[in-house]
Design a protein around this ligand. Structure first.
Ligand code: DSN
Length: 427
């Protein structure tokens, strides 16, 4: 790490500083395709590393259990106002530490242990905290799960079956219904979920962690007018620090706030709140609208280029930032491919695909996305090259050709050097 960038850290703890420096190089040189990651701006990084870190502030602006909140109150109120304005909601809570605690707060606000809750199954593209068995949400509550269609018709294969969701909801009458997930390449029909939740008498929660930035930038429909609660992390397409927000109609504001604090958490992480405020300010700019649309255009172009190269994609493509590649027809499973791609300087994660015959720790797919590469300025014209690299790396993995992976890594580093990453000094 250059001493001038983090002089105090380099001098106090050179070992730790060296790990941070190595991570800066890694993030600068590689093509980062994990769809839940991004590059925050230098301004978000600065806000997240301030003396706001030093304050305890249990409570909410104007209602704290500690004194000395003159500035902290302003920071949090600013973040809240910006969230309300950007997402068009009555109420925002910016204190949840991350997505899982945010979702747990929703359970605390609206359900009792043992109640039935409904979400998309994790292997179908849902999230652990939507009632999946290994999560507290699936053991403290009774999780019932929906999935996607498996049909011979490419027009509907891999899409959410809203009729089946409705049948399950009416049979189970869950307290909560979650829509949204972690591996959904297609637009979520919030109006359809709202109709189902209304019929079933359920509280509807949109977990938009993956697509919050797309919603903010107008590149995905907003759930604001359809759902009771919006849950989101702040660090994915929204390009903020690692944190989360819960947003809702006024009628639910008290329940949500009480569930976050004192129900689940203690003092908020004020330095993160500051970073969120900056990210929300950035996301309200015209340039972010362009960014959100470019993320989607890049993902569509990448999906098309992968299809041309013989890859199978779950649902046949994408409407958003994410592409789920099913490697069942290839000679390598997801984990082998992901590790080979990593050696080639292309960072992805292995992932289950719907109806995966393999185990979650060794599944059939890889999950990729375009938020990070779009933040670096890559555009649709680069997507055939990215698809070529993925194709060559998967072939090389099948053949055990390490030299080919090294060659790709050098090509990747060359291209990335021409596209500086926000927040990174080295690129
Ligand atoms: N772990 C996140 C993701 O990668 O999608 C979801 O929590």
């Amino acid at each position: 790490m250059s001493a001038s960038r983090h002089p105090a850290l380099s001098s106090t703890d050179p070992e730790l500083a060296s790990y941070v420096a190595a991570e800066e190089v890694l993030q600068a040189e590689t093509l980062r395709l994990i769809p839940s990651e991004n590059y925050v701006s230098a301004a978000v990084l600065e806000a997240s590393g301030t003396v706001l870190q030093n304050k305890y502030s249990e409570g909410y602006p104007g209602r704290r259990y500690y004194e000395g909140q003159q500035n902290i109150d302003r920071v949090e109120a600013l973040a809240v106002e910006r969230a309300k304005g950007l997402f068009g909601v009555d109420h925002a809570n910016v204190q949840p530490y991350s997505g899982s605690p945010a979702n747990l707060a929703v359970y605390l606000a609206f359900a009792q242990p043992g109640d039935t809750v409904m979400g998309m199954a994790l292997p179908m593209g849902g999230h652990l905290t939507h009632g999946w068995g290994v999560s507290a949400t699936g053991s403290w509550f009774r999780g019932v799960q929906y999935g996607v269609r498996a049909t011979a018709d490419p027009e509907t294969n891999g899409l959410i079956d809203y009729d089946a969701v409705r049948d399950l909801a009416l049979a189970e009458r869950p307290k909560l219904i979650f829509c949204g997930g972690t591996a959904l390449p297609r637009t979520i029909d919030f109006a359809a979920f709202a109709e189902i939740a209304r019929e079933a008498g359920s509280v509807l929660v949109a977990d938009v962690a993956h697509i919050a930035g797309l919603i903010a930038g107008g590149a995905h429909p907003s759930p604001a007018e359809h759902v009771d609660v919006i849950s989101t992390t702040t660090h994915k397409t929204l390009r903020g620090p690692r944190g989360a927000m819960l947003m809702c109609r006024e009628e639910h504001a008290k329940a949500i706030d009480k569930a976050v604090f004192p129900g689940l958490q203690g003092g908020p992480h004020n330095q993160t709140t500051a970073g969120i405020a900056v990210a929300l300010h950035e996301a309200a700019q015209p340039s972010f609208v362009r960014y959100a649309h470019a993320v989607v255009a890049n993902a569509k172009a990448l999906a098309a280029a992968l299809l041309e190269r013989g890859f199978d994609l779950v649902s046949g493509g994408t409407d958003n930032h994410l592409v789920l590649i099913d490697l069942t027809g290839k000679e390598v499973p997801g984990k082998v491919a992901a590790k080979a791609l990593d050696r080639a300087g292309i960072v992805v994660n292995y992932n289950t695909v719907p109806f995966d015959p393999r185990k979650p720790f060794d599944p059939s797919g890889i999950r990729i996305g375009t938020p990070s590469l779009t933040s670096r300025g890559l555009s649709t014209e680069h997507m055939p090259l990215v698809a070529d690299w993925i194709s060559r790396a998967v072939d090389a993995a099948a053949k055990g050709d390490e030299q080919a992976l090294r060659a790709i890594r050098a090509e990747v580093a060359d291209l990335m050097a021409a596209f500086p990453a926000p927040g990174l000094p080295l690129s």
